[in-house]
Design a protein around this ligand. Sequence first.
Ligand code: S3P
Length: 170
Amino acid sequence: MRIYLVGFMGSGKTSFGRKLAQKLGYTFADLDERLAAQCGKTIPELFANLGEAEFRKLEQEVLHQTIADEDIVVSTGGGTPCFFDNMAWMNTQGKTVYMHLDAKALASRLEHAKSPRPLLAGRKGEELLHFIEEKLTERQAFYQQANMMVSGIDLTPEKLLVYLEADQVR
Ligand code: S3P
């Protein structure tokens, strides 16, 4: 089975995805990590050098590469489901899971996050919260097309597996 984790920046897709893949004995792919490794550049460098539109094309290519594995957990970027037909594509290739957190929880995580995110550069405090509220509202329509929505707070691989089984794992 392919499991695609979607959700806003800071929702914990990468660290949770890694744990889930380990628990299942599946391959793990973080789209940002794969993209950075393939291009030999960091995500902020790719944004700065190519611009967002080009970044989104490369991101889609890396997403499409995930069909090479039958059993894989994929941590997508926060914007991945919101461009092209990516959300519909993921829904046809596997099971999609929206890791949901509200804007306040995301802001407090992102305020202290170590990995730099181009879309958040220079934003702090109230401005950061306001930006997240607006972006989340805009993106919710895509995230909500996922096969299932789970709270990103205290999510464990065990809990997710129970939800997936209840929904009859393909
Ligand atoms: C982005 C999220 C980032 C990364 C890029 C753009 C977005 O991934 O792909 O900075 O548009 O939300 P994470 O969700 O892993 O931070």
